[in-house]
Design a protein around this ligand. Structure first.
Ligand code: PLP
Length: 449
């Protein structure tokens, strides 16, 4: 295939950082995309409410929020000052961090989609068996008769780590037999933690796509086994999309307006696409043309970027372009994007930027120093977003094309921190020190973000 017509392609192949603006983006209000609408998101939210009494009893850390799995939206003014100093340029508007790094139960954005999909499957099974009705108090699900019932069923998933944690912890708590197929990038501590919970972990020496393929194959051979399909699952996607309803309320509580005069910018780290895609889809349904969503990917795993830019979606992988898909951002180490997400977001996503691994560490150290918040490398990928938007030619052109020049001082930027609170203390500190060392070695390189 010849991709010379794409001006960014040679830089992408050389794993240089790029900022791609989606030429197919339409600044419009929508009521549906890919056949999914607000009703589907509300249905998912209602299901999570039905399960709240159960979640509250089984995971006491969710009790203060009544069994609803949600994370804080925090203003990070000190981090903003540090970013401005590093980029040598002001960031107009407010800078907020969505702390999915600190979601209860599994400490990453996967606690939205992954847990939701397991709950949906459990509900479907129990309803079909006549053991449960929609009006019941779902805390009965912790009874032994339900555990015994669910133990007759299996759940399987392929994962780079965090999806496995979410699916594994939730499925094991309900009583399912769980099989997590882990790619080579998955961190050892994630595998160890799952094994301690009674989950069967199968390890692969190849990347995420292979782990998914093999997991699916084994699961399909067994009629009692349900495969969580990270690439194509609408349930997973809707579980993520519920975040938009929740953040709408959090913004209201903070008295932050989103309208034509007050644009909202959201920066989401992207792997296969389900997490950031689901969240961005929900935001576009709720805020329409007033929200602008950008994905962030490692320079060595820009799968959604090449899929959306070429329009080939899941018909192209980064390996097809000679890119190795090797990154320390384990949650983003995906070589082939979800075609379903790429197509659903085709006209809704504003753009995608890529980031070098070394910057992920620098950014997570900066966040720890300024705000005392610790996140994992993948979760820091969104931080260059506000600087790129205001500093780069691509960003400035976008702002002007959208008629937002002059409104930026009334804007809000949300960087989505997608994981980190489950990282063991020693590893957390090694990430932090690695970032400090990299900043000490090369502070200048940082001014380009
Ligand atoms: C999985 C993950 C993402 C991206 O989600 P996808 O659905 O794979 O795109 C981002 N950050 C972290 C920490 C993750 O674990």
């Amino acid at each position: 295939m010849n991709f010379d017509e794409y001006p960014l392609m040679s830089q992408i192949k050389e794993t240089k950082e790029v900022f791609w603006i989606n030429s197919k983006y339409e600044c419009i209000n929508i009521s549906q995309s890919g056949g999914l609408s607000i009703e589907d998101i509300q249905d998912a939210e209602a299901r999570l409410k039905r399960f709240a009494p159960y979640i509250e009893t089984v995971f006491p850390e969710t009790a203060e929020n009544g069994g609803i799995i949600e994370s804080p939206l925090a203003e990070i003014s000190k981090m903003k000052t540090s970013l401005e100093a590093a980029a040598n340029h002001p960031i107009q508007g407010r800078l907020l961090l969505k702390c999915d790094s600190h979601l209860p139960i599994s400490g990453s954005i996967k606690a939205r989609g992954g847990i939701y999909e397991v709950l949906k499957h459990a509900e479907d099974l129990a309803l079909a068996e006549g053991m449960l009705s929609l009006k019941d108090d779902y805390s009965v699900l912790k009874d032994n008769r339900f555990k015994e019932f669910f133990s007759r069923y299996k759940i399987a998933v392929g994962s780079t780590g965090n999806l496995g944690l979410s699916i594994g912890i939730m499925s094991a708590a309900l009583g399912f037999k769980v099989y997590v197929h882990m790619s080579s990038d998955a961190r050892q501590w994630k595998k160890d933690l799952l094994r301690r919970k009674g989950v069967t972990v199968i390890e692969y020496s190849s990347d995420y796509s292979k782990a998914v393929e093999e997991g699916r194959r084994q699961s399909d051979l067994d009629p009692s086994s349900y495969f969580v399909d990270d690439e194509n699952s609408q349930n997973l996607f809707l579980g993520y999309a519920v975040a938009a309803l929740r953040i709408q309320n959090q913004l209201k509580d903070m008295r932050i307006t989103v309208d034509e005069a007050h644009p909202l910018f959201v920066y989401l780290p992207c792997g296969v696409g389900g997490g950031p895609g689901g969240v961005a889809f929900g935001l576009k349904i709720l805020f329409g043309s007033n929200v602008h969503c950008f994905f962030a990917e490692p320079t060595h795993s820009p799968c959604m970027l090449v899929g959306m830019m070429t329009g080939l979606h899941n018909q192209i992988s980064v390996q097809d372009l000679g890119i190795d898909n090797i990154t320390e951002a384990d949650g983003l180490a995906v070589g082939r994007p979800s075609g379903f997400v790429g197509k659903t977001m085709e006209n809704l996503l504003s753009g995608i930027f890529t980031i070098e691994d070394s910057k992920l560490y620098k950014l997570l150290s900066m966040l720890a120093d300024t705000e005392n918040i610790y996140i994992e490398p993948s979760a820091a990928a969104g931080f260059p977003g506000p600087c790129l938007l205001m500093n780069s030619d691509e960003g400035k052109d976008y702002i002007k094309a959208m008629g937002l020049w002059g409104k930026m001082n009334k804007s809000t930027h949300i960087v989505w921190a997608t994981g980190g609170s489950m990282v063991p203390e020693t590893i957390k500190m090694s990430y932090y020190h690695k970032g400090k060392t990299l900043i000490a070695e090369n502070p200048c390189n940082f001014q380009k973000i």
